[in-house]
Design a protein around this ligand. Structure first.
Ligand SMILES: [Zn+2]
Length: 134
């Protein structure tokens, strides 16, 4: 995609294609929010990595002093690392939950073992009574 002009007129460049966290090409949408109207942003086509991955990175940088590509990349990287941090946090929570569940499971197994022992004793008592009674 290149040559976006249209109503804005002055814009004659394109935007960088970027890959999503899931490895696929990120999709592009136009923002309709009040704070950033008509701004292009990347989103995950499979809806796996989120509906906002960062603002689109323009490819035509006319002035050599401009570092908007670098800035865009930095924003994208920041968004990525934020997503990764969120996933790590979720993983930690899941790990903790798993540990808690494991402890609960061990308790339940201990109770079950006790019940099994009780059953054996009751069965033995029943057999003894059954043998004693004529
Ligand atoms: Zn994705």
């Amino acid at each position: 995609m290149s040559g976006i002009s249209g109503s804005m007129g002055s814009w004659d460049g394109g935007y960088m294609n970027v890959n999503c966290c899931c490895g696929k090409r990120a999709g592009v949408r136009i923002s309709e929010s009040a704070s950033n109207p008509n701004k292009l942003y990347y989103y995950c086509r499979d809806n796996k990595c989120g509906s906002f991955l960062g603002w689109c990175i323009p490819t035509n940088v006319n002035s050599p002093t401009s570092n908007s590509i670098g800035e865009g990349l930095e924003v994208f990287k920041a968004n990525l690392s934020r997503t990764i941090a969120e996933i790590k946090e979720e993983l930690l929570k899941i790990n903790e939950e798993t540990k808690k569940l494991h402890v609960k499971l061990q308790k339940i197994e201990a109770i079950l073992n006790q019940m099994k022992n009780c059953m054996i004793i009751i069965l033995l008592l029943l057999i003894v009574f059954a043998v004693k009674t004529p």
